[in-house]
Design a protein around this ligand. Structure first.
Ligand SMILES: Cc1cc2nc3c(=O)[nH]c(=O)nc-3n(C[C@H](O)[C@H](O)[C@H](O)COP(=O)(O)O)c2cc1C
Length: 324
């Protein structure tokens, strides 16, 4: 399948694996790229730029296909060494960067000069238009369904995607709630040029996370996610567990006076314990409503081939037959 996204990134299928903290390591990114999609290493999961450089080299040893790096710009008192991470990306010869969080404007000149394509992930049309105006090459439009940070506007993809199509000139992919060939065809119909998936890629053989995480996604239904940190305007969609229940109880009790420090035990530094050690009650971890559509743990190649085969059949058989 050819779309503006496959052409922009030089990939076979319009399928992207979004950056995921402590999941987007070289093993997963390489598997996605080898299967014809665009795999993405999560920059900040590597504690230093030097470690990111090593992770990029590891990924390059596993694939000769294009892959990207995610740079998440978080509001923080002690910001990570972003210039160092950007240098590691450029020196590592990476040609695609997925930015997320704050406006990436400051980093665009140096990325562009290095010939790097930038896809900015955002949750509203106004942020997408801003990203287009500052020179981003593409947008990942992240709907309210998504795992991770859906923003504060709560607009689901059935509205957000056609709104993006009405406004944007640069290509965009649909992110949030995407799982299969149905998702891909629907996203294309709504104006997107491909899909970005997070949660679905965690439940794959190659995802370098504990088996408990994969099984938790398979066991979850579409009713099992919760929104946390809304009072802090840092909303995150996470899988429900005991830690999330405690966190929500604190939010109810403290109301508008809630501070980040109040919920540190439930959110700070919990990812390695969940993703690597499989301690599923260690804290709050991002997961999309799409968990309700995930019932298996295939290899990445099986997943991608199944998505493309289902999309092809939907377009050429089911939809085409309706026009006869
Ligand atoms: C466990 C997990 C961790 C994530 N970490 C990040 C991150 O560090 N940076 C980022 O930009 N997005 C992150 N995301 C969001 C994904 O890249 C993607 O946008 C989102 O998962 C799409 O929604 P879906 O889960 O419904 O497919 C994360 C998502 C999950 C599920």
């Amino acid at each position: 399948m050819q779309t503006r996204i496959t052409e922009l990134f030089g990939i076979e299928h319009p399928l992207i694996q979004g950056g995921m903290h402590h999941v987007g390591l070289a093993e997963l990114a390489a598997a996605v790229s080898n299967a014809g999609g665009l795999g993405i290493i999560t920059g900040l999961t590597q504690r230093t730029p030097k470690l990111l450089a090593q992770e990029i080299a590891r990924c390059r040893a596993m694939t000769d296909k294009p892959f990207g790096v995610n740079l998440t710009f978080l509001p923080s008192v002690q910001p990570p060494d972003y210039p160092g991470y950007v240098r590691a990306i450029i020196d590592g010869g990476v040609k695609v960067v997925e930015t997320a969080g704050n406006n990436p404007q400051q980093w665009l000149p140096v990325l562009k000069e290095a010939g790097i394509k930038v896809i900015h992930k955002c949750t509203s049309v106004r942020h997408a238009l801003k990203a287009q105006s500052i020179g981003c090459d593409a947008i990942s439009v992240d709907g309210f369904e998504c795992g991770g940070h859906p923003g504060e506007d709560d607009v689901p993809n059935f509205i957000l995607l056609p709104r993006a199509a009405q406004e944007l000139k640069i290509p965009f992919v649909a992110s949030g709630g995407m799982a299969d060939g149905r998702s891909l065809v629907a996203a294309l119909a709504l104006g997107a040029e491909g899909i970005n998936m997070g949660t679905r890629f965690i439940a794959t053989q190659e995802a370098p996370v504990h088996e408990n995480v994969k099984q938790a996604i398979v066991a979850a239904t579409e009713l099992d996610t919760r929104l946390v940190m809304r009072p802090l305007r840092n909303t995150e969609r996470v899988l429900h567990n005991a830690a999330v229940e405690r966190l929500l109880a604190k939010e109810r009790a403290l109301g508008a006076s809630l501070r980040f420090e109040d919920i540190l035990p439930e959110v700070a530094g919990v990812y390695p314990r969940i993703m690597q050690q499989g301690d599923m009650e260690a804290g709050a971890w991002s997961c999309g409503m799409v968990a309700g559509l995930i019932h298996d743990v295939p290899t990445v190649e099986q997943l991608i081939n199944a998505i493309m085969a289902q999309a092809h059949a939907l377009i050429t058989e089911r939809l085409a037959a309706m026009l006869r």
